[in-house]
Design a protein. Structure first.
Length: 627
């Protein structure tokens, strides 16, 4: 027997197994509900409201008495005992950093240095029919006509004789570049060269993005993004690695990402009225943990000292080996990584921004669920990963949410510090605060002397500062009568300290890389900022809080999702595919935790913008003006 679950406000009906908690059931049905603790009942993030029906739930102090009266429960601790109607306060079904806004021109400027030599090619052949005077073997006849060194599967050879004769000796060969070798993966009758598609794939911890690409022209036909279904098993890579060690954990995580990718593929093929079998290759990029989970490789040792992954460079494999819904013998290729916490997404980012082509020193900062930094030029590249945690994605923040509709991304505080003007994604009623807002708010609070440089509220500085039920000071951004949740939207002192720790980790990463090569901030010629979150931050505010170095604004460039850009470049050029291998070999990974004076230097970053205010002259000037 199964129970029917009706979900509001998305109006989706599903059937679930009895004696299985709602978080697990909803996740299996493709409904993404946030859970930072992997369903252990300790984070309190998977709250839902039972509108109708009977259920059983475990008592927890994460549900207040007021919430309990409204039938608020933790999905991970609740099982249905009859049909239910539930309300999901925040549904992670849509991404509000639309992939549709990408540049769909065939060649973008950063790609023009590489020749067009795609991972998949289709070649139409008109073969001469054999005769007594021309009795060359069928396979050799094809190789002679192609005039290239090429491999072929034995299964195709077994059917080649009848296939060539039934097709009138006119066939289309689909040829893949697998491990640097040309290999025929499909033979079709007639000329089918027009239907040749590939996919560039960015597997992010939070977000998954695909580009459907015409492999004949290099043009992006369609683009889609969605939340990684693994969110239901934890927001960050460490939580997911721990979950992967549990029984069926790796299987569940692998299924979640495969389902996410397959759903995105179905979405684009349905819109473009093509068949999934017309897609012959996927070029992916992702951090090391995401790559392991995608390939169904145990990631256990990534989190254990000395932090060694199973593999940095995954082999090219057939799509059927992963259950990816494209042509069954299609190629899955992945950009190589560098270390446990610097993966192929960052190598793809270096390729995309081209920093390895310049004699001057550049910096790449990838701001997403994780924080990675690369410093260098054409001769050398240093990289590190910052233990910033996913605070910039709203995790660990009282009113923090991902970049969904209603997320506050910017605020302005009136000069008399009595009113707040806020700006939300989609210009709708506010639901919470997303990453860009979580940088913007402390900067505004500091500028208006509502918090001090340690991030602590100055009591009496504003009527919007109050003590909450836990006796902690907080700042009211939106009153409950004006919010979509019916609750006040606030930022607490703990939230600000959490953000300071996160921004401090990023800034420390930059400092350490510079110190390793004896350089200073002024030696940086250009700073590239990538990642979905990075696209929306205000440079001035990021400098005020001490996330970014105090350099002229014209030195900064937003390059968007450089991971998918690099993946697309590899999809379309053998030169790019060879280049990422060179980049990965050139990159030297620095483990921040074992660098000298790590804790002393880190402690220095735990102020706004920094203990040494002279590192931030423009901020010093602003604060002196406001004081």
């Amino acid at each position: 027997m199964k129970y029917k679950i009706k979900m509001l406000p998305i109006n989706v009906d599903i059937e679930v197994e009895p004696e299985k908690n709602l978080l697990e059931s909803l996740t299996e049905s493709g409904i993404i509900i946030r859970s930072t603790c992997a369903g252990k009942g300790t984070c309190g993030k998977c709250k839902i409201i039972i509108k109708e029906g009977k259920y059983k739930t475990k008592e927890t102090n994460l549900i207040s008495d007021e919430e309990r009266k409204k039938n608020v429960v933790l999905a991970c601790q609740t099982e249905p005992i009859e049909d239910l109607v539930i309300y999901i306060p925040i549904h992670y079904g849509q991404i509000f950093a639309p992939a549709e806004k990408i540049d769909k021109s065939p060649v973008r400027p950063e790609e023009s240095i590489f020749s067009f030599s795609p991972l998949i090619r289709k070649i139409f052949l008109k073969l001469e029919e054999p005769s007594l005077k021309n009795n060359t073997a069928d396979w050799e006849r094809i190789k002679y006509k192609l005039d290239m060194d090429v491999d072929i599967d034995i299964n195709i050879i077994r059917n080649l004789s009848s296939f060539l004769r039934n097709s009138g000796w006119q066939v289309t060969l689909t040829i893949a570049d697998i491990g640097g070798r040309n290999k025929i993966i499909k033979v079709e009758p007639g000329d089918t060269t027009k239907t040749n598609f590939g996919i560039a794939l960015d597997i992010g911890t939070t977000t998954v993005v695909i580009y459907l690409v015409d492999m004949n022209t290099g043009k992006i036909i369609n683009a889609k993004a969605s939340y990684n279904k693994q969110i239901s098993f934890g927001d960050d890579v460490i939580t997911r690695i721990i979950y992967a060690e549990e029984q069926n954990g790796l299987e569940n995580l692998n299924k979640a990402i495969i389902d996410t990718v397959n759903n995105l593929i179905m979405s684009v093929v349905n819109e473009e009225s093509i068949s999934v079998t017309d897609i012959y290759a996927i070029q992916c990029a992702g951090n090391t943990t995401m790559t392991h989970l995608f390939y169904n490789i145990p990631p256990d040792n990534i989190r254990k000292e000395p932090y060694v992954p199973v593999v940095n460079s995954c082999p090219d494999i057939k799509s059927s080996e992963l259950g990816i819904n494209i042509y069954s013998d299609g190629v899955i290729s992945c950009v190589p990584g560098v270390a446990s916490y610097v993966g192929g997404d960052i190598v793809a980012g270096v390729l995309a921004c081209g920093m390895d082509n310049f004699s001057t020193v550049s910096l790449l900062i990838d701001l997403g669920t994780n924080g990675e930094i690369v410093l260098g030029n054409r001769d050398w590249l240093l990289c590190c990963a910052c233990s910033a945690g996913p605070a910039f994605e709203g995790v660990g923040i009282k009113c923090g949410i991902h970049a969904v509709e209603g997320a506050i991304q910017r605020i302005e505080i009136s000069e008399d510090r009595t009113e707040v003007k806020y700006y939300t994604i989609g210009n709708t009623l506010p639901r919470g605060i997303c990453g860009s807002g979580l940088l913007d708010i402390p900067a505004e609070l500091l500028k208006h002397n509502i918090i001090d440089r340690s991030g602590k509220f100055i009591e009496g500085s504003s009527k919007l500062v109050r003590r909450n039920d836990d006796k902690e000071l907080e700042f009211v951004i939106v009153k409950k009568e004006n919010s979509a949740t019916g609750e006040d939207i606030v930022i607490t002192e703990s939230d600000i300290l959490n953000l300071i720790r996160s921004k401090g980790a990023v800034f420390l990463g930059i400092q350490v890389l510079l110190e390793q090569v004896g350089l200073k901030f002024d030696n940086i010629n250009h700073i590239y900022i990538s990642g979905g979150f990075g696209t929306f931050i205000d440079i001035e505010k990021a400098i005020i809080v001490g996330l970014l170095p105090d350099l002229p604004h014209d030195k900064f460039s937003f390059i968007g999702n450089s991971s998918i850009t690099g993946a697309k470049m590899c999809l379309l050029s053998k030169e790019a595919r060879n280049k990422v291998k060179e980049i990965a070999k050139k990159m030297t990974y620095i483990e921040l935790s074992i660098t000298s004076n790590f804790m002393n230097e880190y402690t220095s970053t735990l102020f706004l913008p920094h203990t040494n205010i002279d590192l931030f002259p423009s901020v010093k000037k602003i604060l002196n003006t406001k004081s």
